[in-house]
Design a protein around this ligand. Structure first.
Ligand SMILES: *Cc1c(COP(=O)(O)O)cnc(C)c1O
Length: 361
């Protein structure tokens, strides 16, 4: 008898590599490798986590009604179109599990987020990649690769790790020109950092084929707690709720997310710091001859002259206690993705980079 084997596709999954978090022998590490909020979580969220300890013996609610209502109220959305998950990763996973299987295709752009491929393969579907144009998602290239087998199209806007954005009108065109047999998933992990952008919420409300995913991991500083959500037509929400574990989010997760959503002052302060330091970082990088596109997120993709130079800069950063993200796995070997930190963090990054430049000169 043949030995037991996993479903096809699963052994093709390369394990996700998170951003580094420690450097042996150093206690002053500045972690700018995972696009986390440099200020940490909102104090209100920390307090909600503490308070939740008293009811850890209770099963959590299965409908997430309170959190969905809080999200809906703050963002002006329909609570009935929201589904919550263990990070937006879980929403991505649910979408693949529900809508794509063997013989189906899952389409995403060249520099797209690693989870799209992982979740597509986990569902037994075939990942298909569309080229980008100078680190910008190319809507026409996506349309050219969409076929009657395409079930899902994933697109982060702003994108990670490039930080670039596709204009709203092009997203709308993509939604209307894709085959009717597939869903367009707009990954809004960074959408709050892009001023005046709704992440596709209006499209979700007016179309049958658009889904938006959001997260508490970036702006809200709760990456460690794992909370995300999706906004979708009610028919899609109904499907996702059937495969969602009834207790997928703990009472602690739900309480923290609701508190974080309510702390608008914390959000506003975080956004103001990010906007100022992002502009400062990008300008200083360019001033040192390191190229970067305008970022609409909470990180900047620094592009060095070669992959070797990027590796040398990464090593230099590490030797000074700074962790940034290599993005060779995203097809950008000359790039280092640097999370935007506080004013002091940015000063430290720029000082270290200036020394790197001096030593190389
Ligand atoms: C960080 C990130 C997410 C968020 O993942 P969570 O599971 O919510 O922590 C989703 N998409 C992209 C593109 C990201 O960079």
């Amino acid at each position: 008898m043949a030995p037991i084997a996993p479903q096809p596709g699963i052994m093709e999954i390369a394990l996700y590599e998170g951003g580094g978090s420690a450097i042996a022998g150093r206690s002053d590490v500045l972690k700018l490798s995972s696009n986390e909020n440099p200020r940490g979580p909102s104090p209100a969220a920390i307090e909600a986590v503490r308070a939740s300890a008293a009811t850890l013996h209770r099963y959590p609610p299965t409908d997430h009604a309170s959190l969905r209502a809080a999200i809906a109220e703050v963002l002006g959305l329909d609570a009935g179109r929201i589904v919550c998950g263990v990070g937006s990763d879980e929403i991505i996973h649910f979408l693949c599990q529900a809508y794509a299987g063997p013989g189906d295709e899952v389409l995403y752009p060249e520099h797209g987020f690693a989870m799209y491929r992982i979740s597509a393969l986990a569902a037994g579907a075939t990942p298909v990649v569309a080229p980008e144009r100078e680190r910008r998602v190319d809507v026409d290239a996506l349309l050219a690769r969409a076929t009657e087998r395409t079930r899902l199209v994933f697109l982060a806007n702003p994108a990670n790790p490039t930080g670039t954005m596709v204009p709203e009108a092009q997203i709308a065109r993509l939604a209307s020109e894709l085959p009717k047999t597939c869903l367009l998933v707009l990954d809004g992990a960074y959408v709050e950092y892009a001023e005046g952008c709704d992440g596709g919420a209006a499209l979700v409300e007016t179309r049958e084929n658009v889904v938006m995913t959001r997260t508490f991991s970036k702006l809200y500083g709760l990456g460690g707690l794992r909370i995300g959500w999706g906004y979708a037509p009610r028919a899609v929400i109904d499907v996702l709720n059937r495969i969602r574990g009834p207790f997928n989010l703990s009472g602690t997760q739900l309480a923290a997310a609701e508190a974080a959503m309510g702390d608008r002052a914390f959000v506003a302060e975080t956004l103001a710091i990010n906007a100022a330091q992002r502009a400062r970082l990008a300008e200083a990088l360019r001033g040192m001859g390191v190229a970067c596109d305008d970022s609409h997120a909470n990180f900047v993709l620094a592009r060095f002259r070669s992959a070797d130079e990027a590796m040398a800069a990464d090593a230099h950063f590490r030797s000074h206690g700074i962790l940034v993200r290599r993005v060779a796995g995203y097809g950008l070997p000359e790039g280092l993705r640097i999370t935007v930190g506080t004013e002091a963090d940015t000063t430290r990054v720029l000082d270290v980079l200036a020394r790197f430049r001096e030593e190389a000169a």
